[in-house]
Write a protein that binds this ligand. Structure first.
Ligand code: PLP
Length: 425
């Protein structure tokens, strides 16, 4: 297939994320290695997106490739009902060791959204086991938790991408998004409405669900660890479970292995995904405590009602194990500090531009928030012209590079952002 044929057939045949059929420019990729994507016309782009938070070790990594090949020689997949295998058990043990106590039971799901559905069902079943019917969730605005119906119901109801489905969704409780910035102490006022909703409705709330510290697709906002700390305290006070969605933040992205460590708290239920397999294939996990899992087991029907066809896929589990080992063997903390400093200095010139509202950086996340939504159909090709892969949405031009990116590439990536922001906003 020539690149022209590919693009023509792509336009006719396949949907792209959050897009109209056949609309907008897409670029054919033929390979990816390290931090570079190679396009069909031979151009190489420095990847600033890590394929949406996932490819933390870069592309085509020999250790990850080897993990897939080794596992492939044994088995690609077997059903997980009534069978088990070492890749799943090994990964579960690694996840339990890595995540904060007392998370010690693991459910493998096939995508982040499904991990969120699983978490919400766990919370509802937990309260059933306690003889209570709690069907609702409390969250904050500007959140993003996935595209399936349960997950959509806790995404931001207004700015979220899912206002279209509002009438089909369970109505949940929404507090304002945390206003206190990361690094600052949260005021009583900032959490007052959250507290009020908790006090008024706790008997109907199965769990609070939040993205800790970083609100990702809902606005790339970084909020106070103290706010999160107070949420944990309120959950304890009112006997409500806490679900943390670390699908975007897990595995080092914010400078801690898990973002909840910024607040020194742990959830009752934790969702992981995205970087879990180092960006190679889809896998997610929902972890919970002995308390929650035992309560569900001890109440009729005594089972947790979820079981994906590709649950604990051995290829994906083997990759995830290899990716975690690779991360832990690397000087990832030093690396994250380096990335944070480079993003800070590299993006700082954007602050001078009148079209820019704010520049913020946390860990390996750099955000340039514009005053007005950018025209994607102009911006996207402009970044490709600059030799980088950056995909803005709305007012947000953001970077989340693979952790292995060297200083020269980081500088080039940031310089391209500065250049495109100056020329096109
Ligand atoms: C991406 C994301 C999800 C959904 O994960 P999918 O694998 O796309 O279903 C859920 N929560 C957060 C915080 C995410 O960033």
């Amino acid at each position: 297939m020539t690149p022209e044929q590919l693009l023509q057939q792509d336009k006719n045949l396949v949907w792209h994320p959050y897009a109209a059929m056949g609309a907008g420019p897409v670029f054919p990729v033929v390979s990816a290695k390290g931090v570079r994507l190679t396009l069909a016309d031979g151009r190489e782009l420095i990847d600033g997106m890590a394929s949406w938070w996932c490819a933390i070790h870069g592309y085509n990594h020999p250790r990850l490739n080897q993990a897939v090949e080794d596992q492939l020689a044994d088995m690609a997949h077997v059903m997980f009902g009534g069978l088990t295998h070492e890749p799943a058990v090994r990964l579960a043990r690694q996840l339990v060791e890595l995540t904060p106590a007392p998370l010690e039971k693991v459910f493998f799901a096939d995508s982040g959204s499904v991990a969120v559905e699983v978490a919400m069902k766990m919370a509802i079943q937990y309260w059933q086991s306690q003889g209570q019917s709690r069907q609702h969730f409390l969250t904050v605005r500007n959140g993003y938790h996935g595209d399936t119906f349960g997950a959509m119901s806790v995404c931001d109801p207004v700015t979220g991408m899912h206002s279209l489905f509002q009438d089909s969704l369970t109505q949940q409780f929404f507090a304002p998004a945390p206003a206190t910035a990361f690094g600052q102490a949260c005021t009583d006022e900032d959490i007052a409405q959250f507290r009020q909703l908790m006090e008024n409705h706790h008997e109907d709330i199965a769990a609070v669900i939040l993205e800790p510290i970083v609100q990702g697709a809902g606005g790339m906002r970084f909020y106070s660890a103290d706010y999160l700390h107070r949420v944990r305290a309120l959950c304890n006070e009112h006997d409500v479970l806490l679900i943390l969605d670390e699908i975007a933040t897990g595995f080092g992205r914010t400078g801690k292995l898990f973002a909840c460590e910024h607040a020194a708290i742990s959830p009752d239920i934790l969702c992981l995904g995205k970087a879990l397999t180092g960006g190679y294939m889809t896998l997610a996990a929902t972890l919970t405590t002995e308390k929650v899992s035992a309560a569900i087991a001890n109440h009729p029907p005594g089972v947790f009602m979820h079981g994906p066809t590709f649950m604990a896929n051995p290829l994906a589990c083997s990759l995830a194990s290899a990716s975690i080992s690779l991360l832990l063997e690397s000087p990832w903390q030093q690396n994250l500090t380096r990335l944070q400093e480079k993003l800070e200095t590299g993006l700082a010139p954007c602050r001078e531009h009148p079209g820019v509202r704010e520049v913020r950086v946390l860990g390996a996340i750099g955000v340039v928030e514009l005053k007005q939504a950018a025209d994607m159909n102009r911006l996207q090709p402009a970044f490709v012209e600059q030799g980088v892969w950056v995909r803005p949405f709305g007012k947000l031009v953001y970077l989340m590079p693979p952790f292995i990116m060297n200083d020269d590439d980081l500088e080039a990536l940031c310089a391209a952002v500065v250049q495109v922001v100056h020329q096109h906003t």
